[in-house]
Design a protein around this ligand. Sequence first.
Ligand SMILES: Nc1ncnc2c1ncn2[C@@H]1O[C@H](COP(=O)(O)OP(=O)(O)OP(=O)(O)O)[C@@H](O)[C@H]1O
Length: 283
Amino acid sequence: MKLIVKNVSMKFGDVQALNEVNLDLEDGVYGLIGPNGSGKSTLINCITTLIKQTSGTITFNEKEVNQKYTEYQNSIGLMPQNIDGFDDFTGIRFLYYIATLKGLLKEDATTQINRLVKRVNLENVIHRKIKTYSGGMKQRLLFIQALLSNPKIIILDEPTAGLDPFERINLRNYISEISDGRIVIIATHVMQDIESIANSIILIRDGKVVKNGKPEELIQSIKPYVHEKMINESDLPEYRNKYKISSVSKLREGMFIRYLKEEATKQTQAIPSLEEVYLYYLT
Ligand SMILES: Nc1ncnc2c1ncn2[C@@H]1O[C@H](COP(=O)(O)OP(=O)(O)OP(=O)(O)O)[C@@H](O)[C@H]1O
């Protein structure tokens, strides 16, 4: 299975939302990371053929994708950011509605819905109206509707937005479980969401892919630039001026800081985190 994005650009009037994006996606979990407005949703919308890019091509198994390529359309499961317009539906009615849109027969739909509802522990609330759901319940419902009809490409747009740490961990585990033999793309600006599950991270900024690789490779790539040091509190403003500061802890002896600095200085070098990868490439 191969999904290839080649030289894709998208313009909305004067706004260059995507600028010559190139990606080669095979089975695995991809974190699509970028700040607000960096082009994540636009890229997802092009991949799902909701919008057509201004230039460039997207191919799935060597065939260009569009709304008439139904085999491709049926291969996509999308978890959108929110669930508008369905407040008065019960969870179960919503799932049958989506199953029908996906062309599932009643019997298949029932089997899949029952299995998925059970898996994410929604049985107790599935006959309640969606407007009575908590954020975590809504996210779980959105997650499992994306899995109906067993799609090969799963796209999750900010899947953990608004979730508490417990629900976040749960959702991350579900994603990990369903990832075998699929292309899973998780768009987010929260590094923690993809930290333990992404095989590959795509960093996007101002519509451009600025870096793309395995988490270990990205960490390795900034190794010379991450430093830690004890400083006097009075020197902190100077450090803030000169460097990107990734953390500050006040200790009895002074301020312990981690910061990014272009030159490599062996004495203060520290092991980078993925958040520092974000800070380095995307801010
Ligand atoms: N329909 C549209 N019309 C005009 N400009 C748009 C449209 N959709 C997106 N944009 C612009 O394109 C750029 C990329 O937006 P996009 O929504 O893809 O970013 P994002 O990374 O998904 O952001 P967020 O994290 O806030 O969801 C932004 O400057 C945005 O204002």
